[in-house]
Design a protein around this ligand. Structure first.
Ligand SMILES: Nc1ncnc2c1ncn2[C@@H]1O[C@H](COP(=O)(O)OP(=O)(O)O)[C@@H](O)[C@H]1O
Ligand SMILES: [Mg+2]
Length: 214
């Protein structure tokens, strides 16, 4: 699905060769500052390689329209933005950006249930804790129903039990819907339990593990 060819990003990442496969759950692990977020952002065209190429379904990412690409490849960032208004508005805003119809309250509430956020739709997002904001933003991403989902430390602000529940839910959704998931997690246990492929990034280099051809 994604193929890195001699990719470099400044002096931050150096990835001669890497494949991210369709329909798989790929997890990026590595210490803070190793380049995980940078790699994820390149998949979403938020950053472009300073050298080399990234192919997406046999097209050079550089040649693809960014807006169209981001409709297929949606990303939950490490510190998601909360917009003014209500939880309802915050769930719908992604759909609006994607020029889709807003969700019915029933649909939005069922998404809140899936991300384990027991709040009324009229609640202001500003009263939510860090972990709750992240789950709300995850709901916003999942509503988009895109082909490829990128999650940057979806569980950083969650306790271990909530983390496991949330990651399992996303993994199950991805499997059932036949999506492709690339996620970053600080939890090696979760990575080992939930992923098909684990890539360890160390000082900007893709060091090892299954799926990382180098
Ligand atoms: N846009 C940027 N320009 C220059 N340096 C950056 C930029 N973004 C991140 N960095 C640096 O690149 C390194 C990797 O960052 P990042 O990808 O966020 O790591 P991780 O997500 O693994 O913690 C860090 O040293 C960070 O300070
Ligand atoms: Mg990061």
């Amino acid at each position: 699905m994604f193929q890195f060819i001699d990719v470099q990003y400044k002096d931050i990442l150096d990835v001669p060769s890497l494949l991210i496969e369709k329909g798989k759950i790929t997890t990026l692990v590595g210490t803070s500052g190793s380049g995980k977020t940078t790699l994820l952002r390149m998949l979403n065209k938020m950053l472009s390689p300073t050298q080399g190429r990234i192919m997406f379904k046999a097209h050079d990412l550089e040649t693809l329209n960014t807006v169209t690409h981001r409709r297929q490849v949606t990303m939950l960032s490490q510190n998601p933005v909360m917009f003014d208004g209500s939880i309802r508005d915050n769930l719908n805003i992604g759909l609006k950006f994607h020029e889709k119809n807003v969700g019915s309250d029933e649909m939005l509430l069922s998404m809140l249930e899936r991300v384990k956020l027991k709040k009324a739709l009229d609640t202001s997002p500003h009263v939510l804790s860090g972990g709750e904001k992240q789950r709300l933003a995850l709901g916003r991403v999942l509503l988009l129903n895109s082909e490829i989902v990128l999650l940057d430390e979806p569980s950083a602000a969650l306790d271990d039990e909530t983390e496991e529940t949330i990651i399992k839910m996303v993994v199950e959704y991805v499997r059932i819907e036949n999506k492709t998931l690339v996620m970053v997690t600080h939890s090696k246990t979760m990575a080992e339990k939930q992923s098909d492929i684990i890539i360890e990034i160390s000082e900007g280099r893709c060091r090892s593990i299954r799926g990382c051809t180098k």
